[in-house]
Design a protein around this ligand. Sequence first.
Ligand code: PGA
Length: 273
Amino acid sequence: MIPAMRKVVVAGNWKMHTTPAEAGELARTIAARMREPAVTRVLCPPFVCLAAVRDALAEAGEDVAVGAQNVHHELQGAYTGEVSAPMLSGLATWVIVGHSERRRDAAETDEVIAGKLNRALEAGLHPILCVGEPLAAREAGADVAEAIVLDQLRGALMPNAGEALTGLVIAYEPVWAIGTGRNASGADAAAMADAIRRKLGPPMVWDTVPILYGGSVTSANVDEFFAEPSIDGALVGGASLKPDEMAGIVARAGVTARARLAVASAMRASRST
Ligand code: PGA
């Protein structure tokens, strides 16, 4: 499949920022600055802010989806402090799975992440599965980084059948680029996206999966990623709390999304003549 057929996604990961009292207003302000219907826009506030963000966006009539930052790998049970996929029903339609901060701080393994991914897909949520190599792997060479990322993907996806990937989005987020102000190059991110699509086949399935880049994305560097046809959007952390930054990032995403829509409709027209 050509990139023209993949949707363009910009998701904001607010991490552990905002209270319920602050989140609705911030979501409304950001949403008003990123009105670009060709781009799928998602805001992922903390669990306790999901309802406030959902309500604020609905009241303002904004076409922005709400996502959670995590979900448990079991459906219910004695898991104090955890949130299951069915509990997110009505609150969120997207969910981030396997973020490197959770792999690091909550010791999430590929097996646990595979469970989360399955629970999310079963519940009809759109998962954003995060993968990415640590600095030492990148310094050891692109092939070492690629081997780690492909291992993470195989570990998380193995129990999933091919067709279950519908709705899945992958975020390539090199660990060393997250929150550091040091982003990967567009070319390196695209090479990783290509490796993911090439090595994980079957191509007809994998070509449809949007792959985002994440790691110190800002309105100033996002051009570099959208210049790459293999990259379908961005998972934005720090900059996603800033309305000006999100406005710039989504505006740039809109250029790519509208160019893709134009190619897709030209292809449809040429097929029907
Ligand atoms: P960052 O975070 O944009 O602050 O680097 C990205 C992420 O953690 O998803």
